[in-house]
Every structure is written in structure tokens, then in C-alpha cells.
Design a protein around this ligand. Structure first.
Ligand SMILES: [Zn+2]
Length: 256
């Protein structure tokens, strides 16, 4: 049997007991904390693509017998830490022509924005994949586990979808996941919780000594604020607005 076929057998049939899983996770966590220059504590403040690769290799060895790495040329695997992903905790992407599997490229990306915004406030419990996480490393591992199921599914069946039964069965049997979602703090939630600002809020801000008033149109890492102005771009409501990108902390809420 080829490596992807063997991997498929594991995904379909193997169910890891809670106790077994705890032992494996303990080993993985120890390895990470002793070998990563960034992840020296469970509440690390930096993470690099190398760390994601380390986690990937440790999980593959512990849970899949190294079969993920043996399923394709590892030159075609890459890792990325993204500060621009503001809704998903992670993302697994495949590029190339599915009819030429020997050329397909894969990437696992993790959102540093979500990871670092979360786990600042002990009052705010964070669940990832339905499992409560008490520190940032746990959050990162749960996100990586989810992405590894995506990758494994892509290698075996070529498609992957975490809203479907097959994915959820694998995630549950291997990692004990109960859900395919997270409650990591998104910029949108943070804006609402900390500053009571959401889409549609009336706000004011000062830029180059001048004060502007407008409406929040969108929240990603910064808020997009639309300020009525005759020289601005036309919008669907028939009015013209100038568009500003403003850090949330610099906004003053007007309509309370
Ligand atoms: Zn997913």
C-alpha cells in the first residue's frame, strides 16, 4: 500500500483513546518547549513558520506514523504565520492541478492576530475545536490539529471540508475534537468588548490635528471609517464618503 493509502486506513479506522492522546500531547508539548526558540513557554509572544513545521512533524510522528510526510515531497509543503487572517484561526491551502498530484503544493497558515489577541484576559475562556484552552500553546495546537486533518484529507481524498461528517469523525477519533469552530477573539469581537464599537457605530477620530466624524463600515485589524465628504467616493446610499483606516483604540464612540 502507498503512503496515502496507509494514511487513509488510519483516518478511517484508528480511534485514539483519551489516555493515549494525553501521553502523545504531553510528549509533543515537551518537545516544543525544549526545542523551539520562540515557544519557550505556554504563553509565548512570538511564533514563526519553523514552529509550525516542528508541530507538524511531531504530530505526524505521534499520530500518523510519519505517513503525512511520506505521502508527498516535503519541498512542496510550506508554513506561514499571518497577521492578516482576522476570522479563521488557521487555513490549509493546496495549489496546482489535481490531475498532477506529484506537483501539488500545500501550505498551512496560522493567524497570529487571533492567537495573540486571545489568552490575554483569563476571564475570557477560549474554546478551539470545542475544547477549552487555558493558554496560547493549547490554542495553537488545537488549530494545528484542525489544519492537519484538512491536510490529511486532501492527501487521501483530494478534497477536504470541515463542515462534513468525514472530517469531523477523523478530528474526533484522532484529537477528541467536538466542534470545527473556535472562540478565539477576533478583532471584531475585541472592538466590541473593549471599546463598544461595531459596524455601524458613529465614531470620531483625530488625524494630523484634525477631527473627523464618521461611521464604522468594517473591522479587520483596523476599522474602516467612512466620513461624509463631497470629494469622496460615491456609495450605494447615494452619498459620498472618504475612507479612513483607523486603529480601534484611536476611535471615540459618539452614539451612546
Ligand atoms: Zn476547517
Amino acid at each position: 500500500m502507498s503512503a496515502p493509502q496507509q494514511l487513509g486506513e488510519i483516518l478511517r479506522r484508528v480511534s485514539v483513546s483519551d489516555q493515549d492522546r494525553q501521553h502523545r500531547l504531553f510528549a509533543i508539548t515537551e518537545q516544543i518547549l525544549t526545542s523551539s526558540p520562540q515557544l519557550q513557554s505556554a504563553d509565548f509572544t512570538r511564533v514563526k513558520p519553523d514552529d509550525l513545521q516542528l508541530i507538524y512533524e511531531l504530530y505526524d510522528d505521534q499520530f500518523f506514523g510519519g505517513l503525512i510526510q511520506r505521502s508527498f515531497d516535503q519541498q512542496r509543503m510550506s508554513f506561514r504565520v499571518s497577521s492578516r487572517m482576522t476570522r479563521a484561526g488557521g487555513k490549509t491551502t493546496r495549489w496546482g492541478d489535481p490531475r498532477r498530484p506529484e506537483r501539488l503544493r500545500y501550505e498551512i497558515a496560522i493567524s497570529s492576530t487571533l492567537l495573540f489577541q486571545s489568552f490575554q484576559d483569563p476571564e475570557h475562556a477560549v474554546t478551539v475545536t470545542g475544547i477549552e484552552c487555558v493558554n496560547r500553546l493549547e490554542g495553537l495546537l488545537r488549530v494545528m490539529e484542525h489544519e492537519l486533518v484538512h491536510l490529511a484529507e486532501m492527501l487521501v481524498w483530494s478534497d477536504s471540508n470541515c463542515t462534513l461528517h468525514r472530517f469531523q469523525g477523523i478530528a474526533q477519533r484522532q484529537f477528541g475534537h467536538l466542534q470545527h469552530t473556535h472562540s478565539l477573539l477576533t478583532p471584531r469581537e475585541l472592538a466590541h468588548r473593549e471599546y463598544n464599537i461595531r459596524t455601524g457605530s458613529q465614531v470620531a477620530f483625530v488625524l494630523d490635528g484634525r477631527r473627523y466624524e464618521g461611521i464604522v463600515n468594517r473591522i479587520t485589524r483596523r476599522a474602516t471609517v467612512l466620513v461624509p465628504d463631497a470629494s469622496g467616493e460615491p456609495f450605494s446610499d447615494g452619498r459620498r464618503y472618504l475612507r479612513f483606516y483607523v486603529p480601534i483604540a484611536q476611535l471615540e464612540r459618539l452614539d451612546e
